[in-house]
Write a protein that binds this ligand. Structure first.
Ligand SMILES: CCCCCCCCCC/C=C\CCCCCCCC(=O)SCCNC(=O)CCNC(=O)[C@H](O)C(C)(C)COP(=O)(O)OP(=O)(O)OC[C@H]1O[C@@H](n2cnc3c(N)ncnc32)[C@H](O)[C@@H]1OP(=O)(O)O
Ligand SMILES: Cc1cc2nc3c(=O)[nH]c(=O)nc-3n(C[C@H](O)[C@H](O)[C@H](O)COP(=O)(O)OP(=O)(O)OC[C@H]3O[C@@H](n4cnc5c(N)ncnc54)[C@H](O)[C@@H]3O)c2cc1C
Length: 692
């Protein structure tokens, strides 16, 4: 890239230790960073990581040096080139999903094929019959057809049952007629639809013999395979500029009595019989919502690296950035000279940032739980057993909501912790935040999803309490955390915390009991208000949100603590258990996650009277103690995430700490610096001409 401004060469570094600050931080670590990285990735994935990163970083098509200067059209063109090159690489290197996921992560460029890979293909895999897979999945996997997932409409997104697009079965021709009766039935927001896709999975109300069977998925060809023009009776467009995600063509589509063969209704679970139009029921009514469950689980798995990325930038920058001389504890160099304090040494900065590191590690262990649960469900459902679906739906909904909300809040906290430079695109936060933000809305608005989790919790509570002998459920409490804490609460509703010193709060048993008691207390309270005081669902929505949040926080806490203590077959966990240094630092991080989470929601713990006010003060002191304990390891803890500079795309968070040099280098490349843009105050005109 061209530099438009020549930087003077006389400048000396103002900070004599500047370049070495991160090295000094790294020397403080109490553990082996490479060992922790291995725990996070596992041997196989770490090899994959390096192989894929090398390919991506060396490919000129993926060069991101201009990325912060691109407008919408350039971004979209860049994304198209990226997609095409990615497909070539997939073919050349025979990449599978595992490799592709690394490539997509490193590329960090939401593109028009995202919904094809993330929604269209998984829906065909999950809901298509063998014949349908042959017809649609095989060409989709080969990129001969490009698909999107058209569910949301202009008028309805959250309320899937309220969708207005219809698919009416026509027995005479053995076809469905896809139709958008109202403007509000226009499919809207659909990723890849605006300019790219030639096929769509359309969620539409299935109507046969005049009866509505609810939303079902249909494969519809939407553009001509040669001309790429919309097919007759189909209107398509891009929905326009957005808060972020502008490298993707989110689109709208309207259908005017479009006919498709009966074959195109995805029929693994429910079918329409030829001629008679008879509806064959699915084994579970909600199986047509299956893609949403999968993608929610994938989103939860992705949160840990999102938090890791935000924390890496903010922690490294805070170590390099110095501001003010601390009057009580001035920082002295070896030669006795006094220098300004690194902002990472300010306790307020630690209090804002270290919990983000802890959240990332917490999400790592819960992602493992989510993957295990999803795998178990897939195994069972392949033999017709869908009994895990309710659990899976409840935990994936609530955790998607809690963890993505946590992620967007933390990205913004980290950005602000970088002061003014955090507001520059060069911080690496701006596009990152904009592109990540829809995770709180898509695949279910984060507030709506908590209703689903709460429904499940209330139902379980009622089931257990209405039984004459609730202990009958004890055998399930090992596998089902909800039953476990409900039983504990019923046995001892007035349980009290036994901590008498700050360090007592490091006791994992005390921590678990606190979270179990709090969530059961909150659920019992909501059940009482709805069942006995006859409160409406709507009037309880704030409490509904609270119990989903409390339950999912408990899951995060429980998964972290279990990972530290329980013997496991899992390769990563075994490495962790075998290294006392790693176990020690992970225990501090776990304690910080648990106690900081408690402190933030202290009202719940006080209200349930598990904690007293003096204990709340002790807890806060222990949070401060943990910040001090973690401080020497802060930079190494984020280094262990191994987020490459090419992904961070940040002047502030780069591994070598050369913040200021990069800021001015990137600023010199701002195209505005290549123009003369003068304002002539005498006649109120702007004069703009290219410099060269
Ligand atoms: C080889 C190549 C592979 C490549 C792979 C690459 C991988 C790449 C990864 C990419 C990852 C991510 C990409 C992300 C791209 C995302 C783009 C965004 C796309 C979208 O946003 S699509 C649109 C999403 N829309 C929504 O999520 C809508 C949200 N609304 C709903 O889900 C529902 O309307 C609802 C809120 C759940 C309510 O539903 P409904 O009114 O029908 O149900 P009730 O509340 O009355 O409940 C009835 C009953 O049903 C249970 N239930 C509800 N939903 C489900 C479900 N999904 N599963 C199971 N059970 C469900 C509910 O609990 C009730 O049960 P009960 O009666 O209480 O027992
Ligand atoms: C970048 C992006 C990409 C997307 N890609 C796709 C795609 O590829 N395919 C696709 O089909 N969709 C896609 N979507 C759409 C997305 O899935 C929906 O926007 C999302 O499900 C939310 O639905 P909604 O917009 O109807 O929100 P609404 O339901 O209108 O929500 C608005 C507000 O009302 C509140 N609210 C609504 N109902 C209730 C209630 N019952 N109780 C309490 N509060 C309530 C919500 O909490 C929210 O705050 C995408 C969206 C974005 C932003």
């Amino acid at each position: 890239m061209v530099s438009y401004v020549k930087i003077p060469s006389h400048l000396k570094p103002s900070d004599p230790q500047g370049p070495d600050l991160l090295t000094q931080e790294r020397n403080l670590a109490s553990f082996d960073v490479k060992e922790l990285t291995l725990v996070l990735y596992g041997i196989k994935d770490l090899e994959r990581y390096h192989t894929i990163l090398k390919i991506i970083e060396n490919d000129p098509v993926f060069d991101k040096s201009n990325i912060y200067f691109m407008g919408r059209n350039e971004l979209f063109e860049h994304a198209i080139k990226k997609e095409k090159r990615l497909v070539q690489l997939i073919r050349e290197n025979k990449w599978k999903v595992e490799e592709l996921q690394f490539a997509e992560w490193f590329l960090d460029m939401p593109g028009p094929f995202g919904a094809h890979r993330g929604m269209f293909i998984p829906t065909l895999i999950g809901q298509g019959t063998k014949e349908q897979k042959e017809k649609f999945l095989v060409p989709a996997l080969n990129y001969q057809i490009i698909g999107c997932y058209a569910q949301t409409e202009l008028g309805h997104g959250s309320n899937v049952k309220g969708l207005e697009t219809t698919a009416i079965y026509i027995p005479e021709t053995d076809e469905f007629e896809i139709h958008s009766p109202y403007l509000t039935a226009s499919k809207w927001w659909v990723g890849g639809l605006g300019k790219t896709a030639n096929h769509a999975i359309v969620m539409a109300q299935l109507i046969s013999n005049g009866k509505n069977y609810g939303p079902h998925p249909f494969v519809v060809q939407i553009r001509d395979m040669k001309t790429h023009l919309p097919l007759p009776s189909i209107t398509i467009g891009d929905i326009g500029p957005k808060f972020g995600f502008n490298s993707t063509d989110n689109g709208f589509i309207l259908f005017e009595h479009v006919r498709i063969p009966r074959f195109n209704m995805l029929s693994k679970f429910s079918q329409i019989k030829k001629g008679t139009g008879e509806y064959i029921n699915p084994p579970n009514q909600k199986l047509s919502y299956g893609t949403m469950v999968l993608v929610r689980a994938i989103i939860i798995s992705g949160v840990r690296v999102t938090l890791a990325r935000a924390a890496t930038i903010a922690i490294r920058y805070s170590a390099v950035r110095r501001q003010f001389i601390d009057k009580d504890e001035p920082k002295k160099l070896e030669d006795g000279s006094i220098v300004e304090t690194s902002i990472l040494d300010y306790t307020m900065q630690q209090y804002r940032l270290f919990p983000v590191i802890a959240q990332s590690y917490a999400c790592f262990f819960t992602a493992k739980m989510m993957v295990n649960l999803y795998t178990e469900y897939t195994k069972q459902s392949s033999s017709g057993d869908y009994s895990l679906l309710a659990d899976l739906h409840a935990s994936s909904s609530g955790l998607k909501s809690l963890t993505t909300t946590m992620a967007v809040d933390s990205i913004e906290d980290c950005r602000r912790a970088c002061g003014g430079h955090g507001y520059s695109s060069f911080s690496g936060f701006v596009k990152f935040y904009q592109d990540y933000l829809p995770n709180t809305t898509w695949e279910g608005d984060n507030y709506i999803l908590t209703h689903q989790t709460a429904r499940y919790l209330l139902k379980t509570f009622r089931q257990v309490t209405s039984h004459k002998n609730p202990e009958i459920y004890a055998s399930q409490s090992n596998k089902n955390p909800t039953i476990s804490y409900i039983l504990q609460y019923l046995n001892e509703p007035n349980q009290k915390c036994t901590a008498i010193t700050p360090s007592d709060f490091n006791n994992h048993e005390i921590q678990l009991r606190a979270f179990k008691h709090r969530v059961a207390f909150l659920i019992a309270n909501v059940v009482d208000q709805i069942d006995n005081q006859k409160k409406s669902w709507n009037s309880m929505l704030v409490e509904i949100n609270r119990i989903s949040r409390a339950h999912c926080q408990y899951l995060l806490v429980q998964n972290f603590i279990t990972a530290l203590h329980q013997p496991s077959e899992d390769e990563s966990l075994r490495m962790l258990h075998n290294s006392p240094a790693l176990k020690e630092v992970m225990t501090s991080i776990c304690n910080l996650f648990v106690l900081h989470t408690m402190e933030k929601d202290i009202g719940d713990f006080l209200e349930s009277e598990y904690l007293t006010t003096p204990q709340a003060r002790l807890l806060r002191i222990q949070v401060y103690n943990l910040l001090k304990e973690i401080r020497p390891n802060a930079v190494s803890l984020v280094d262990a995430f191994l987020i490459p500079d090419s992904l961070l795309c940040s002047a502030l968070g780069r591994y070598d700490g050369k913040v200021y040099e990069t800021m001015i280098d990137w600023a010199s490349k701002e195209p505005l610096n290549g123009m003369t843009l003068d304002f002539n105050p005498n006649n109120d005109t702007f004069i703009r001409k290219a410099k060269l």
